[in-house]
Design a protein around this ligand. Structure first.
Ligand SMILES: Nc1ncnc2c1ncn2[C@@H]1O[C@H](COP(=O)(O)OP(=O)(O)OP(=O)(O)O)[C@@H](O)[C@H]1O
Length: 574
């Protein structure tokens, strides 16, 4: 684990100083106790002079012990903030480098748990070093001391102590397993509770709230049973290891009795040796707890290491220069397969002329969002090339690529901050006039008029104070303010209210005036307004053309169009 801490977090000198000082102080603690053996023996012999002669070295060892322990503790506590800081730095740097696609699914939840536990992990790693050395080394030093005065008793301890350790190791392994199982059950129960709170609306609408509750109850029951099993195993471990230690005491007593009968060792030597031998076995009972802490800290460090080892997308050292006069976006023979899945998009050819609007259409799962993600390099293509201004996105730094793209996702995430701060994320140094113009064009000022504190209204975590359509308008204002040449927009799949629908149509109209827009289109207005429609079917481009051409062709687009038209009760008039 020490190598892992150094490998992950550096601070080699402090970590090694901590280990050396902890080990030294533990050995000195044992030596101080070992020096107590002759003091006790000479006192029992009523020879205070001889006993006093041992007191001076004893005092020197105690002082050194105190000094090294103080240094170890000081190093341990003073290295906590830098270790924790380094861990947060590493994790946050990694978050910035990980491909955006990595954050799909359950990973953000796991990352949150890791980050929230990171502080405790470094603390536990340091205290595990102190506890382990304190439990192991002093008994060893005392055994060496015992060997000088009463070797048969030292030999007994040297045989009994490893046996006690073996018993403890045998009982610690299942306890470690039950601890890991409990941690997993706890994480699962946490996820189920979060899911249950988030899914209240659909659950109640479908009158299935009890079903959601049942899954929470099941997870809680499993967590309860895992916790119970862990408590039982821990109790058993403590009892069995306690019993092993008592049997060890008994062995020392038996050997002492045998020595009193069959050896010429005097009573003071026997009593002193026996007392310290019994003491030697005591700290061994602290070991199981220390080993459990050691193992769980190791597991936490391993999870952190796994995240840090996640592959990042390669970054070029120098960006390729954009080519003049080429279409803004070109996809050439693009195929992409998610880990372990089948190809989500296949052999896609797509040209998006500068300052045009391209609408991606297709049934659910046909690959529309995947195409948007590949253009913004959430992932690298499996085959083919994505070109922006004629440059392969793999030959562009993330900063350059992101300066060219604004993304308006379907589920817009807003920070728990004011509405103004959320829009200014697009371009923090925008002037007041630029900010006002972007908000007007995205029709956000109409939203703000209704809010209690105007632009300074806080929108809540994720933006829950606003409706989905309003959040998209805020994201469009961000995109207008950022002024990137390419806007990738994933329209909300669910129907918007009439007011938001009209506002989004107007905002999109503003966006497309000076920018290239690629939109995953769910609304008929967007389809009518698009310069080009690309219809995807099971990852393949099935049709490409203007809305009128495709309707005339009466193929997949026409079928999708009529489905949506029926759903809205609309009819194409132009
Ligand atoms: N992160 C992922 N890991 C694995 N498979 C994925 C992932 N995201 C999407 N897929 C799969 O890739 C295929 C294309 O999905 P994609 O989300 O691009 O389709 P879509 O047309 O945007 O669908 P929708 O309209 O429902 O959003 C689907 O089969 C989907 O299950």
């Amino acid at each position: 684990m020490i190598g892992m801490v150094i490998g992950l977090l550096g601070h080699r000198r402090q970590v090694l100083t901590l280990c050396v000082m902890s080990a030294l102080s533990a050995v000195l603690q044992g030596a101080a106790l070992a020096l107590g053996i002759p003091v006790l023996r000479e006192s029992l012999r009523h020879d205070p002079g001889a006993a006093a002669r041992w007191l001076l070295p004893l005092l020197a060892v105690v002082l050194f012990y105190w000094l090294t322990y103080a240094v170890a503790e000081n190093v341990g506590s003073s290295m906590q903030p830098p270790l924790r800081g380094r861990l947060f730095d590493l994790l946050s740097d990694k978050i910035l480098q990980l491909p955006l696609g990595w954050f799909d699914g359950t990973r953000p939840g796991q990352l949150t748990t890791l980050i929230s536990r990171a502080g405790t992990t470094t603390q536990l790693a340091v205290s595990a070093v102190l506890t382990m050395s304190g439990a192991l080394l002093p008994p060893l030093a005392v055994v060496v001391g015992l060997a000088v005065f009463a070797w048969p008793i030292a030999l007994t301890v040297a045989i009994v102590a490893p046996l006690i350790l073996l018993v403890q190791i045998a009982t610690t392994a299942p306890t470690a397993r039950s601890e890991a199982k409990e941690a997993m059950a706890e994480a699962e129960a946490g996820s189920r509770i979060i899911e249950f709170t988030h899914a209240q609306q659909p659950l109640r609408v479908s009158a299935r709230a009890d079903k959601g509750l049942r899954s929470v109850e099941k997870a809680l029951r499993e967590r309860h049973s895992a916790a119970r099993q862990h408590i039982l195993r821990t109790a058993l471990l403590l009892k069995v290891s306690g019993l092993a230690v008592y049997l060890g005491y008994l062995a020392v007593l038996v050997v002492t009795v045998l020595l009193s009968a069959h050896s010429n060792m005097d009573a003071p030597t026997l009593v002193a040796a026996m007392a310290f031998a019994i003491w030697t076995l005591r700290p061994i009972s602290d070991l199981p707890g220390a080993v459990l802490v050691w193992q769980s800290t190791r597991r936490s460090l391993q999870s952190i290491k796994d995240v840090l080892d996640e592959p990042t997308l390669p970054e070029p050292t120098v960006d390729d220069a954009p080519l003049p006069g080429v279409p803004l976006v070109q996809l050439s023979d693009v195929t992409f397969t998610y880990d372990g899945g089948t190809a989500a998009v296949r052999q896609v050819e797509l040209t998006v002329p500068t300052n045009s609007m391209t609408a991606l259409v297709g049934r659910s799962g046909s690959g529309k969002s995947t195409l948007l993600h590949l253009i913004s390099r959430f992932w690298d293509v499996t085959d083919g090339r994505v070109l922006i201004e004629g440059v392969d996105v793999r030959n562009m730094s993330t900063a350059t690529l992101m300066s060219k793209i604004s993304i308006v996702p379907q589920d817009v995430y807003l920070f728990d901050d004011t509405i103004e701060a959320n829009i200014r994320v697009g371009r923090p140094d925008a002037s007041a006039a630029e900010f006002a113009a972007a908000c007007r064009r995205a029709q956000v000022d109409a939203i703000v008029d209704e809010l209690p504190d105007g632009w300074q209204t806080r929108v809540g975590a994720g933006g829950t104070l606003l409706s989905g359509g309003e959040r998209q308008r805020v994201a469009i204002a961000r995109a207008l303010l950022k002024d990137a040449p390419l806007v990738l927009l994933d329209e909300a799949a669910s129907a918007l209210d009439a007011h938001n629908d009209a506002a989004i149509t107007a905002a999109l109209g503003q966006l497309r005036q000076h920018r290239t827009v690629i939109v995953v289109a769910h609304r008929l207005e967007t389809l009518t307004d698009a310069d080009q429609i690309v219809v995807l079917d099971d990852g393949l481009v099935a049709e490409t053309g203007t809305p009128a051409d495709l309707l005339a062709r009466d193929g997949l687009f026409a079928a999708l169009w009529h489905e949506r038209e029926r759903a809205r009760g609309w009819r194409l008039t132009s």
